[in-house]
Design a protein around this ligand. Sequence first.
Ligand code: ADP
Ligand code: MG
Length: 617
Amino acid sequence: MPRRSDDEEKWQMMREKIIGLGEKSIRKSYYPELRQKIIELEKANRELALEVIERQRGEEEIKRNYEIQTIINSLLKLSLQDISLAELFSITIDSILSLRWLSHQGKAFIFLVEDAPEVLVLKAGTGLPEQLPDHCATVPFGQCLCGLAASTGEIQFADHDDERHTLRYENMQPHGHYAVPILLDNRTIGLICIFLPAGHKRDASEEEFLVSIAHTLAGIIQRKLMAQEKSRLAEELRQAAKMEAIGTLAGGIAHDFNNILTAIFGFTELARMDLPQPEKVEKNLNAIYRCTLRAKELVKQILTFSRRSAQQKEPLQLSLLIKECLKLLRSTIPATIEIRQDIRSTARSLADPTQIHQIIMNLCTNAYHAMRQSGGVLTLALEDVEMSAEDAGLSGISPGPYIRLSVSDTGTGMGKETLSKIFEPYFTTKEIGEGTGLGLALVHGIVQGHNGHIMVASEPGKGTVFHVFLPRLHRASAASATLLEDTEAERGHEHILIVDDEQNIIRIAREILEDSGYQVSAHRTGAGALEQFQQQPEKFDLLITDMAMPGMSGVDLARQVMELKPSMPVILCSGHSDMVNRDQALAMGIRAYVAKPYFMSEMLRTIRTVLNRRNHT
Ligand code: ADP
Ligand code: MG
């Protein structure tokens, strides 16, 4: 080592110089001490130089570790966001390739093992050769470097594209690889592959780094897959709950419909036999009419239930909704269970009818299930309650006016253990196929969405009561329009012009209107009606017209009639419950819009409303 001897020569010279000096000016006895000191100094100096190098190395290591930690942290943080695995992989690759101390060719990609077992599926890549995505889109386990790494669960390193690199493509440039499996419980669930410059030396710290990234990704993938699976299961269960509810409902309704049909058959038969005695016929026909009313109610209930629109709150009189539910419950719950009602409130709450319907049906279904073996009493109660600040403190309910809906049963009841879990989604004590555990979770969600509260009291062997508190609106007022009960038909004497292309409707309408005291002129076309109207506009008090008719439409007819006589009230009927039609009609001055099919009682009421309003103005 020439350098060393250089140094040594220098030291030697220095020593001699010092010794020379010493010999001249210092006593001879100092010499050995001095020599010793110099040797020590020399040694310390060498150690210092080594330490500097060591420290530099350490600093680099710290910097590297810091970079690695930063990458891992940012990946973990990203994984908590709503980001797809493919996106996350892309970011991972970019982070890896951004490191200066890692040798790579600016190319890397990540695979995921997908549904089909033993196959790697390309999920993300950067800087990939043009043909690669075609060749490596899916790589079976065992094939090429990546497949080998996947099947063995061990890193495959190659300093050039050797015989293991079985997937080859045109214009493949010389290169090496790190193929690092992503392992979860010793199972390969994905793979990271990096392109290396040909001839690159295998480096333990590079491998260590790639393995730590693979570990991180394994955790993230597992979490994401579990979340996906969970939401898939939740969706499946929700669907199952819906189907179950519809199934129960359909069974009950089919049963009810059959009863109604049987009654209609029966009364029709009777009417036929009674033809010579008109008063008997009338009685039977009235009975048939009542049957059709019931059928109409049922259809309305099915529609209420199956409507899955976004939440639509309206001032809702809960007592009327409960009555609808009671009808439905009677037809679905067996006779061994008595159903009682105790309705003391006619107040309204700002609520979505479909959702409140769901609350009631869910609570009642649970109550029914709890009494299935033994029979018992199901009670639906409704009451206005005031929550004072004091009560509120005790119960956790904010003070104010509420309507309290209570569903109680005399069934099995629940122990503390069960009670503490009932609102959890998927908690059920029922057999598979019987319960989904979603009913009360749904109820809880709806109640919260209405700023309400739910409370439950239960005793094993005795029964259960659920109280639902919904905020009460000030002043109870008339029933919601959609839930009006049929009232006595109203009579009148005015002259009505009615137009409908359907012969039967004209016939029935004419008879009923005339029975109610009105004068009627009926037409099957708009043109015919218009012609008669033009002759004596002052003779008519009201036009009732169908919307869709061949030739002139109801809207056209209405427009022309109102042009001739602006004060003429018009009622438009349509079989398409199309909101645009309705709004357009009302905007152009049509007084009322009646959706088909309508009952004549409904029509008579609308007629009266329209005509009375005209008389007042
Ligand atoms: P599911 O009815 O599908 O089981 P729910 O969320 O409606 O799901 O109810 C969860 C659980 O709460 C039920 O499995 C049952 O154990 C219990 N539960 C609910 N209501 C009652 C009740 N009225 N009486 C006894 N247990 C009940
Ligand atoms: Mg339930």
